[in-house]
Each structure stands twice: as structure tokens, then as C-alpha cells.
Design a binder for this molecule. Sequence first.
Ligand code: ADP
Length: 310
Amino acid sequence: MRVLAIGECMAELAPTDNAGDFRLGFAGDTFNTAWYLTRCAPNATVSYLTAVGTDALSQNLTAFMRSSGLDDSFVQTIPDKSVGLYLISLKQGERSFSYWRDQSAARSLADDPARLAKAMDSANLIYFSGITLGILAPKQRQFFISALKDARASGKIIAFDPNLRPMLWESADTMTNAIMQGAGVSDILLPSFEDESVWFDDATPRATAQRYIEAGATTIIVKNGSESVYFVEDGASGEVPVKPVSDVVDTTAAGDSFNAGFLAGRATGLGLRDSIAFACRLSRKVVQHRGALVPVEASTALDGDTGRLV
Ligand code: ADP
């Protein structure tokens, strides 16, 4: 199995216990999913497609990517650009974020349609998100959607997390229209009900799933925090219960790690319910630790040959 995840990885400055000190890390929604995928599905090759600059921070990011086990063959370098940066502020336990991402090279990741097509051709499974769409200019967004459409037509599986982030978009309408376009070229949808209910007025997770089925997707997995996960696939639907965590430490990357767990399950031959249950186990661990990238032990990896949890 060859997976291609596409999007933006940013530099992260997170406060340490030493007031005023920050620690440099790297994270980003699709990147987080790729990172967890390499851990959960050790037999899969996971490539990350993005663009970075040529400065030291960009080089650090690429080195981190490589040392995490991700293939960087599709990381393009663009002189005079850099990587996006965000800083986490903590006030009485509440996190808030400041972003600097206008100069991010990742905004150019879809500038070259031939390059995109070549990268997509190398994969069996292609993963992207609403943030991937949101950082692109309208013309490049259309290149990207059209490359996904061609890839799907040639038999690739396309997985999409709408990850609705209004801050990235010029208007809510532009965002919701682009998300539905993305859904129209995808097989697997991995939305979070909390966001979908706000921006699409969905009354229930079932309504979210129905809207994406009508857009043309075949498998819809609706995450809903500590509530059950609702799924629809090929006309069958149901719920998988979530065992709520009472002492949540940090929900960063809950959805990203869930997506990785689900895709790892499918990639290694688990059935739908078992893949969702595995995703729940993984994200349950992640919300009990600080930060986006939580080291997961071997017990969270799936055996690629048998699909069994090892
Ligand atoms: P997102 O991070 O995209 O908003 P959710 O908040 O819906 O996504 O969470 C994704 C998944 O993380 C859920 O489906 C669930 O499996 C797990 N999760 C989130 N919050 C909790 C919690 N309090 N207890 C247990 N699992 C949780």
C-alpha cells in the first residue's frame, strides 16, 4: 500500500513549563495523519506532498519528516518562501493560536498540475483535507480538484477530511462550496460533526453522511468527539461507541489520529467496524497527552500481513 498525504506542515512554537520559553516542533492536520499512519501501518509507504522553502527552518522540517519515517520525494523546495508558523499561547489552561502562514511555500503545492498527477499516480490511497484546499488560490484549487478527479477515475482511493477552518477562506460560502467539490471527487469522507453542524446546518450525523453520499462519496465516517461514530458504507449504516475519556488533556490531532487509525485499518484489511474501533482506540490515547504528535507504542500498530492488532 502506498499512501500520498497532501497539505501543509507548519513549524509549531509550544510553551514549555519554563514561563516565556517555547519549544520548536512541526505539525499540521494532514501531516499529523501521515505521521500516525507510518506508526500504525508499518507496511505502508507514506509520502507527504508539500512545498517548503530553502531556509534552515524548512530544512529542519524536511529532516523531521524523514526521521519520522515519511517519504519526502514529493516535497518541492521554493526559494524565497518558508514554512508556515504558529505559536500556542496558554492562559489558565486554555490554548489559543497565532498564525504566520502567508509566506508558506505550501500554498504553491498545486502550481504544477503535471507534478501533482505524477505524485498521485505513484499512490494507491490519496489523503487531503479542507485545509489543503483552503491554502490554495482558486486557480490552483481547481488544478488540485481536477487532478484528484483523474486519479479517482484511474482507480486510486481518495480520502478527505473537510476540516472546516473559516479563517483560511474569504467567505463561508467559498469554503462550503469548495468542500462539496472536494467531496465530489472523494471515496472516503471523514468529517467531524461539531464543525459540519455549524457550517452546513446538519441536524444530525446522519444528515452529514447523507449530504456527502449525495455528493458522490461511498464511505462516510462521522466523528463526534466523545459521542458514537456514525458510519455509512454502500447503503449500510450504524454506530460504533466511543469510550469517553474523563480527564482529557489536549484534543489537538484527535481527528487527525482517528483518520490515520481508520485508514491504517482499511489498508491492512480490517473491516469497517474494526477499523473505526481501532481509530477510536488511537485517538482516545492521543487526547490523553499534550501535543499533536503523541508517541504511540507498538501495541497500536497493525500487522500488515494479517490485519490483526499487534
Ligand atoms: P476533531 O478533532 O476533528 O474535531 P473529534 O473531536 O470529533 O474530532 O474527535 C475525533 C475522535 O477522537 C472521536 O471520534 C473519538 O474517537 C476521539 N475522541 C475525541 N474526544 C474524546 C473523548 N473525550 N474521549 C474519548 N475519545 C475522544
